[in-house]
Design a protein around this ligand. Structure first.
Ligand SMILES: [Fe+2]
Length: 165
């Protein structure tokens, strides 16, 4: 068989239309997960101030957790017979979490921005779960539960670390 884009049609019993919708939701989540990953790394690299060590290490732990999710999301898209993101440009076209290219961001602003971004990701995960459940895509729905718990845990840590007392 000739190697074409059609070669990437992994067999699945999920209805094409339904799986497509789940794939679109997953590709959006993937773009946001990459955007959150690079922002968390950006802040890991550029954080400064009296809590440097704590924040620097916490953000690195969070970045590693976020990065680990990217492969699971992309492979879920492929397992359900669809194609996923291919480049940094593709990420930029699909992301809803905003980049932060500022020359300087205070440590407090970094923590609150990341907390809000993680909570935005939680909202997107809930929407994707509804789509997955409607499509009867049980595995995606179950995986979304883990990703949600992780994002809520990150938001909790970012909130507590940003308290003044
Ligand atoms: Fe590092």
């Amino acid at each position: 068989m000739a190697e074409t884009a059609a070669s990437l049609k992994t067999p699945t019993d999920l209805k094409t239309n339904a799986a497509k919708t789940v794939a679109q939701a997953l590709n959006g989540l993937l773009a946001d997960t990459f955007a959150l990953y690079i922002k968390t790394k950006n802040f890991h690299w550029h954080v400064s101030g009296s809590h440097f060590r704590d924040y620097h290490l916490m953000l690195d732990e969070q970045a590693a957790e976020i990065f680990a999710v990217t492969d699971d999301i992309a492979e879920r898209v492929r397992k359900t017979g669809n194609t996923t993101l291919r480049s940094i440009g593709d990420i930029a076209r699909h992301q809803s979490i905003k980049d932060n290219d500022s020359d300087f961001v205070t440590a407090a602003d970094m923590l609150s921005e990341l907390r809000d971004d993680n909570l935005k990701l939680v909202e997107a995960l809930r929407e994707a779960k509804d789509i997955a459940d409607t499509a009867r895509d049980n595995a995606t729905s179950a995986m979304i539960d883990d990703w949600t718990d992780q994002a809520e845990r990150r938001a909790w840590f970012l909130f507590e670390a940003s308290r003044q007392a």
